[in-house]
Write a protein that binds this ligand. Sequence first.
Ligand SMILES: [Zn+2]
Ligand SMILES: [Zn+2]
Length: 468
Amino acid sequence: MKIKRALILLFAMLCIAVTPARTDSGIRVSVDGRYISFTDAEPIIYDGRTMVPVRAVFDALGAEVDFNSKGVITGKKGNSTVEMCLGNKYIISNGIPSAMDTVPIVINSRALVPARYIAESFGYTVGWDSQSKTVTINSRSYAPAPAVNTPQTRDEDVRLCFIDVGQGDCTLIEDNGHYMLIDAGETEYGSKVVSYIKNMGVNCIDYVIATHPHSDHIGGLDDVINTFDVKNVIITSEEAVTASFESLLDALEKSNANIIEAMPGKSYTLGLSTFRIIAPAGLDDNSNNNSIAIRLSYKQSSALLCGDAEKEEELYMVKSGENITSDVLKVNHHGSSGSSCNEFLYKVKPKYAVISVGEDNSYGHPSMNVLSALNAVGAEIYRTDLNGNVVVSLTGNSVNVSTEKNEADKRTEKMLKNVVLNTNSKKVHLPECDSASKMNAKNKRIFSGSVEELIEMGYSACGYCRPF
Ligand SMILES: [Zn+2]
Ligand SMILES: [Zn+2]
């Protein structure tokens, strides 16, 4: 009987230990790794700030609290004191008055206070994980269990995962248990990028690179930085007055990441590979030309990733004397015609080119000229709009590519509008293709419909304009 009771008690204790106190609002608060259980009132998000019930938070911090009829809340722990007042943004923290960005409030006759200011007054550090809606309050001496990535059991290939983020860029590099993320697409792709990385069993990311402040590159980075233990963030000094840049700064401020300003010529180690910063040398008026460009090398294999670099930055790299010849090229600026100039492509000599681009994007990326220039240097082309996620493995002396979608399947499903058929050569052209305008009128036919129909009729795509 005694044993049974002891077991029940043990089970009950285990339940308390492992079940975080998740409230209706979904917000959890942990102090030195233990979750606070809220009984009579629960935390809420008010005016963008997490507000917690006054008693529960002071109790959890081991502080005494006095709450008088005038709405003055006075807390004391050891030599530290804090004083605030309902509806008032002023706080006196250890004798020093300052203004908070929110005010203590009463909801359903319960007083709610901003957790951050109280905890900080008592010398705690405060973090917020938006993904799990958890406020983490830790005393400075508290050492959380170190975040460790699950060891990689695969061979030691270095993998570049070009994550399909529509019209944007996002590349995760995985190197024997070490990770680097370059950009994370637009804001709305943040959660997709986070789940992609989580699904790989990753907890910490060694390096995050924000190539340049355009939202199709940095938009999702705040979610990544708020979710994972990011060790280093490489960024340029360029600033932007945009919501996505502000969110990135907020996330950086909250994180413990080491901020590194990109300097050409600096090299870093990631697992078994190294990467070197090639550009930018300074700041240009065109943000694209300020993109951080890196060359990653692993034994004899290499890859070059330069964000949205346009011709000017490409020529700088060509002339810089840096080795930019690479097996794999992430095509600059989503395959735009202002990038991938011949001088650059002939110097890089990519065997594989990956274009990160959105299906039917309004910019007309990738440009026909860039596709044919890549063909001309002998690069095998992969595109996230046609292939979905593209994974390129560097083995050290060769490169393997695998894609989420089979390009052929995707291609036959594609619907075409007003393409030009040559009934004689059985070729299909885009209306703007040179061959379409030069075509003999009697062989010319305008067609709208699926690629599948065209293939059934014996047609194939023009190799120059590539309508499908
Ligand atoms: Zn871009
Ligand atoms: Zn850009």
